[in-house]
Design a protein around this ligand. Structure first.
Ligand code: 5GP
Ligand code: ZN
Length: 114
Protein backbone atom coordinates (compact mmCIF):
# COMPACT_ATOMS: atom_id res chain seq x y z
CA UNK A 1 0.00 0.00 0.00
CA UNK A 2 1.37 3.44 -0.90
CA UNK A 3 2.26 6.08 1.68
CA UNK A 4 -0.75 8.30 0.85
CA UNK A 5 -3.13 5.31 1.02
CA UNK A 6 -1.70 4.74 4.52
CA UNK A 7 -2.43 8.39 5.34
CA UNK A 8 -6.02 7.90 4.08
CA UNK A 9 -6.32 4.82 6.35
CA UNK A 10 -4.80 6.78 9.28
CA UNK A 11 -1.99 4.22 9.51
CA UNK A 12 0.34 7.21 9.12
CA UNK A 13 -0.71 10.39 10.96
CA UNK A 14 -1.18 13.67 9.10
CA UNK A 15 -2.38 17.17 9.86
CA UNK A 16 -5.79 17.07 8.21
CA UNK A 17 -7.21 20.29 6.76
CA UNK A 18 -10.42 18.93 5.26
CA UNK A 19 -11.86 15.52 4.54
CA UNK A 20 -14.98 14.11 2.93
CA UNK A 21 -16.04 10.71 1.66
CA UNK A 22 -13.83 10.84 -1.43
CA UNK A 23 -11.02 13.34 -0.80
CA UNK A 24 -8.48 14.35 1.84
CA UNK A 25 -6.41 17.52 2.27
CA UNK A 26 -3.46 17.62 4.69
CA UNK A 27 -0.35 19.71 5.32
CA UNK A 28 2.83 18.69 3.50
CA UNK A 29 5.37 17.25 5.95
CA UNK A 30 8.13 19.33 4.37
CA UNK A 31 6.51 22.67 3.44
CA UNK A 32 8.16 24.85 0.79
CA UNK A 33 5.95 27.90 1.46
CA UNK A 34 3.98 29.33 4.43
CA UNK A 35 1.02 27.35 3.14
CA UNK A 36 1.77 23.98 1.56
CA UNK A 37 -1.11 21.54 1.43
CA UNK A 38 -1.61 18.29 -0.43
CA UNK A 39 -4.99 17.25 -1.80
CA UNK A 40 -5.62 13.64 -2.76
CA UNK A 41 -8.48 11.37 -3.78
CA UNK A 42 -8.99 8.59 -1.22
CA UNK A 43 -8.98 6.07 -4.07
CA UNK A 44 -5.54 5.30 -5.45
CA UNK A 45 -4.66 6.64 -8.92
CA UNK A 46 -0.99 6.75 -9.85
CA UNK A 47 -1.11 10.25 -11.30
CA UNK A 48 -3.21 12.75 -13.27
CA UNK A 49 -2.61 10.53 -16.32
CA UNK A 50 -4.61 7.70 -14.73
CA UNK A 51 -7.41 9.68 -13.11
CA UNK A 52 -10.95 9.61 -14.52
CA UNK A 53 -12.37 13.01 -15.43
CA UNK A 54 -15.36 12.52 -13.11
CA UNK A 55 -12.94 12.27 -10.15
CA UNK A 56 -11.05 15.34 -11.40
CA UNK A 57 -14.32 17.28 -11.66
CA UNK A 58 -15.34 16.47 -8.09
CA UNK A 59 -11.79 17.12 -6.89
CA UNK A 60 -11.96 20.65 -8.32
CA UNK A 61 -14.93 21.45 -6.07
CA UNK A 62 -13.15 19.93 -3.06
CA UNK A 63 -9.94 21.88 -3.76
CA UNK A 64 -11.89 25.16 -3.75
CA UNK A 65 -13.27 24.26 -0.30
CA UNK A 66 -9.69 23.61 0.84
CA UNK A 67 -8.37 26.95 -0.48
CA UNK A 68 -11.19 28.71 1.43
CA UNK A 69 -10.27 26.78 4.57
CA UNK A 70 -6.61 27.80 4.09
CA UNK A 71 -7.68 31.40 3.46
CA UNK A 72 -5.76 31.63 0.18
CA UNK A 73 -8.77 31.66 -2.14
CA UNK A 74 -8.63 35.46 -2.50
CA UNK A 75 -4.90 36.12 -2.02
CA UNK A 76 -4.08 33.45 -4.59
CA UNK A 77 -1.94 30.34 -4.70
CA UNK A 78 -0.22 27.94 -7.06
CA UNK A 79 -1.55 24.46 -7.69
CA UNK A 80 0.84 21.82 -8.98
CA UNK A 81 0.64 18.16 -9.77
CA UNK A 82 3.86 16.38 -10.66
CA UNK A 83 3.54 13.50 -13.09
CA UNK A 84 6.04 10.69 -13.51
CA UNK A 85 9.80 10.71 -13.76
CA UNK A 86 10.39 13.93 -15.67
CA UNK A 87 7.67 15.65 -13.62
CA UNK A 88 9.60 14.86 -10.43
CA UNK A 89 6.78 12.85 -8.88
CA UNK A 90 8.00 11.05 -5.75
CA UNK A 91 4.74 9.66 -4.40
CA UNK A 92 2.76 7.69 -7.00
CA UNK A 93 -0.69 8.58 -5.69
CA UNK A 94 -2.35 11.55 -7.43
CA UNK A 95 -1.87 14.70 -5.38
CA UNK A 96 -2.15 18.42 -5.93
CA UNK A 97 0.21 20.72 -4.09
CA UNK A 98 -1.41 23.99 -2.96
CA UNK A 99 1.29 26.53 -2.15
CA UNK A 100 0.75 30.12 -1.03
CA UNK A 101 0.28 32.24 2.06
CA UNK A 102 2.98 34.48 0.54
CA UNK A 103 4.06 35.32 -2.99
CA UNK A 104 5.24 32.07 -4.55
CA UNK A 105 7.20 33.85 -7.29
CA UNK A 106 7.36 33.14 -10.96
CA UNK A 107 8.13 29.82 -12.58
CA UNK A 108 11.75 30.08 -13.65
CA UNK A 109 13.32 27.90 -16.29
CA UNK A 110 16.11 25.67 -14.84
CA UNK A 111 14.95 26.19 -11.27
CA UNK A 112 12.95 23.66 -9.32
CA UNK A 113 9.71 25.07 -8.03
CA UNK A 114 9.15 22.29 -5.54
P1 5GP B 1 5.82 14.82 -5.20
O1 5GP B 1 7.29 15.08 -5.38
O2 5GP B 1 5.49 13.37 -5.35
O3 5GP B 1 4.97 15.72 -6.06
O4 5GP B 1 5.50 15.30 -3.74
C1 5GP B 1 5.38 14.44 -2.65
C2 5GP B 1 5.16 15.33 -1.45
O5 5GP B 1 4.71 14.53 -0.38
C3 5GP B 1 6.43 16.05 -0.97
O6 5GP B 1 6.20 17.47 -0.97
C4 5GP B 1 6.65 15.50 0.44
O7 5GP B 1 7.13 16.47 1.34
C5 5GP B 1 5.27 15.00 0.81
N1 5GP B 1 5.28 13.85 1.73
C6 5GP B 1 5.99 12.71 1.58
N2 5GP B 1 5.74 11.86 2.59
C7 5GP B 1 4.84 12.49 3.40
C8 5GP B 1 4.18 12.12 4.63
O8 5GP B 1 4.37 11.02 5.18
N3 5GP B 1 3.33 13.02 5.17
C9 5GP B 1 3.08 14.24 4.59
N4 5GP B 1 2.22 15.05 5.22
N5 5GP B 1 3.67 14.61 3.44
C10 5GP B 1 4.54 13.75 2.85
ZN1 ZN C 1 -2.15 5.26 -2.80
Amino acid sequence: MCIFCKIVNKEIPSKVILEDENFLAFHDINPTRKVHALVIPKAHYNSFEDTPSTIMGNMSDFIREVTKELNVNESGYRMITNIGKDGGQEVSHLHFHIIGGESVGRLVRDKNDL
